[in-house]
Write a protein that binds this ligand. Structure first.
Ligand SMILES: *[C@@H]1O[C@H](CO)[C@@H](O)[C@H](O)[C@H]1NC(C)=O
Ligand SMILES: *[C@@H]1O[C@H](CO)[C@@H](O)[C@H](O)[C@H]1NC(C)=O
Length: 221
């Protein structure tokens, strides 16, 4: 009887654990649902308009051009080229997407940001990157690594992360994200460059900065 009770408890705990587990995007109930902006030639599937499967072609699952380097002539010295559902309509409902990231030599930075809807797995194909992520409150632990060509690193969903080119050459990485539309919040831009601006008193207090410095930072984004 005691053994049976223990089994019931363990089973209940497992059932509870599986209740808490959840994927970023809902799983689809059909092979695909190629996104369509207009209702012309569309069918209604799981509450969404999808392209009529009879009209779907290989091109709905195709993108070309990730061999091309992104332009890194900008303030941070990096460029993300996304390949998500906006570039490949066939990614709709599939819970996955891709980016290419280019970094300028000596300090090209993909600045601290988060993807609210996706875990990211990144592979370096050229150069040397210092990468990291920070865990949520209250620990705010920093996990970092220096990556070279062929190295892979994971950024768990929602956590603030960055990549910094510490090499003498340009660097290139590709990353897959567990959402068709991962979203991105670049911390500095969101905080200091919000539209309209956050009251500087709020930011001065939050960041323990002089209000003048906050106002300066707000002009930079
Ligand atoms: C890269 O971007 C810079 C700044 O916007 C621009 O001046 C330059 O022409 C661009 N280079 C290429 C190759 O597009
Ligand atoms: C649908 O609209 C979005 C947003 O305007 C656009 O980025 C995308 O390319 C469009 N997709 C198609 C298949 O027309």
């Amino acid at each position: 009887m005691k053994g049976a009770n223990t089994s019931i408890v363990i089973f209940s705990l497992l059932a509870l654990a599986s209740t808490f587990a959840s994927a970023s995007d809902p799983s689809s109930l059909q092979d695909f649902c190629v996104a369509l902006n207009s209702t012309k030639n569309a069918v209604f599937v799981n509450g969404k308009f999808c392209k009529d499967p009879k009209l779907v072609t290989a091109n709905d699952f195709f993108f070309s051009g990730l061999d091309k380097a992104g332009n890194t002539s900008n303030a941070v010295g990096s460029r993300v080229t996304p390949v998500n559902v906006d570039q490949i309509s066939g990614l709709n409902t599939l819970g996955i997407s891709l980016v290419r990231i280019d970094y300028a030599p000596y300090g090209g930075l993909n600045p601290p940001h988060t993807h609210p809807r996706a875990t990211e797995v990144l592979v370096v194909t050229k150069g040397k990157l210092y990468v990291g992520f920070v865990t949520s409150n209250p620990d705010n632990r920093l996990f970092t690594k220096v990556l070279k060509t062929g190295d892979v690193f994971v950024f768990p969903v929602g956590l603030i992360h960055f990549q910094f080119n510490i090499g003498k050459t340009n660097a290139v990485a590709f990353a897959s994200l567990s959402s068709q539309n991962p979203g991105v919040i670049t911390i500095a831009n969101a905080v200091f460059g919000s539209n309209s601006p956050i009251n500087p008193d709020v930011l001065a207090k939050a960041f323990k900065l002089d209000k003048k410095l906050v106002e300066y930072l707000q002009t930079q984004f």
